[in-house]
Write a protein that binds this ligand. Sequence first.
Ligand code: E4P
Length: 242
Amino acid sequence: MVEHCFWEAGVAGSNPVIPIGHLLSKLMKIFLDTADYNAIAERYQTGLVDGITTNPTLVRKSGVNYLDFIKTLANDFAFESISAEVDGETYDVMLENANQFLNIDPSITIKLPLTKEGLIACRDLAMSGIKTNVTLCFSAAQAVMAAKAGATYISPFVGRMNDNSFSGVELVRAISSLYCAHGVETKVLAASLRDVHHVSRCLMYGANVVTLPPAVFDKMYNHVLTDAGLAIFEKDFKEING
Ligand code: E4P
């Protein structure tokens, strides 16, 4: 079964539509979108983090050496995927840059821009069995090209779509539907997520993976009614237990 196919038609007029995603929750992945080692280590303890995405901006902000950082992550944690982004506008520079990350660990996923050169590099890496994450996706048409290039992951940027008055979650829905219709195995990795509402929407709309800044990951636990309910239960426990 292709993992994007999250809707199963119910019998007309009787059963409601069944979200197959519920049955496949083990396939629903959460990555952290950060280059902050301590933030990763703290949340890794929960057992709820499946992978890491990084980008040059996050690495610049954290002040780490990119290659050393990726090596440390691969050494210290058991993630299924660690995205390391290549620098360069040409195929040759991208592959040269990718080479420094290869052979570190099977989890290493080469992150390439959604450009013609980036997709040619993606195709060749994919043909060599290397995992790839095609980043900076803003249209279903681009996602088609990434799938044709054999990308392991496609990263639609939800928040940056919203910043520009387009619906990021609708983009995720369009790509997931398109991949489902054509049996595409490329996984939809919803990126540029800034709030928990968009995270759950993306998963409802067929994203296989969501990558979250640590602060958004932390907010996934929270609800004001949980806090209010807990306060009442704590008070009642005190009375029960004297
Ligand atoms: C994804 O791979 C990117 O690193 C990231 O999600 C971009 O998020 P931003 O648009 O909030 O910078």
